[in-house]
Ligand binder design. Structure first.
Ligand code: MG
Ligand code: ZN
Length: 220
């Protein structure tokens, strides 16, 4: 009772704020069709990059509500010998360019270029950054100076949900049409949505209701 609109929202207090961590492919940009594997995977060429439905709207909604954002993405194609790190960086630059064309900037990007069974020696082997390991989420959390237990992980794959839960985040699963092969197994995200705009609305709604519960507890 007694929650008013102008009451300070404890979730967004400066010292204890969370962030929203985004997977990249299937969340920010669409997966691209991979002729070799005959399924949709990470874009290998800048020309293959297109932003996903709802990506710009979702990023704008979250940023205007004060959420710091980071991207945390597995990018193993160079380790597998399918392309080069230079090409993966060119794809990254194209995504940044398309976001900027819509007036959107994300400051924090974390990539894992490793694969346990790669063919390029320096990118091959176990690492603590490849999701479902939470290493990139921890690194992004440190760089942003945020509390991961007040944060959200948004992704379209089972490994995103697992990494988010391991890092103590709440999670939103985006059911992108081209990445169903990455959502096998038992997944228990806090919400399931179609795109990042819907994810942003879920996060804002669920965070507000959580803030009200905290406030109500204090008043009783
Ligand atoms: Mg993905
Ligand atoms: Zn790694």
């Amino acid at each position: 009772m007694g929650v008013t609109d102008d009451r300070v929202n404890p979730v967004r207090g400066d010292s204890q704020r969370g962030a929203v961590l985004l997977d990249r492919d299937g969340v920010v940009n669409n997966p691209a069709f991979d002729e070799r594997d005959q399924r949709f995977e990470t874009p290998l060429e800048p020309a293959d990059v297109e932003l996903a439905d709802g990506a710009i709207e979702g990023i704008r909604l979250l940023q205007s509500a004060g959420w710091p954002l980071a991207v945390v993405s597995n990018q193993p194609p160079a380790a597998k010998g399918k392309t080069t790190l230079e090409q993966l960086k060119a794809v990254h630059n194209r995504i940044v360019e398309l976001l900027a064309a819509d007036g959107v900037v994300i400051e924090e990007w974390q990539y894992c270029f490793h694969h346990p069974n790669g063919v390029v020696a320096e990118l091959t082997g176990a690492c603590d950054c490849r999701k479902p390991q939470p290493g990139m989420l921890f690194a992004a959390g440190r760089n942003l100076g945020i509390d991961l237990t007040r944060s959200w992980m948004v992704g379209d794959s089972g490994v995103d949900i697992e990494a988010g839960q391991t890092a103590g985040c709440k999670t939103v699963l985006i059911e992108h049409r081209d990445s169903a092969h990455r959502r096998i197994g038992k997944l228990e995200p806090d919400a399931r949505v179609a795109n990042l705009a819907e994810a942003a609305r879920e996060i804002m709604q669920m965070s507000d209701s959580q803030a009200k519960v905290v406030t109500d507890d204090r008043s009783t």
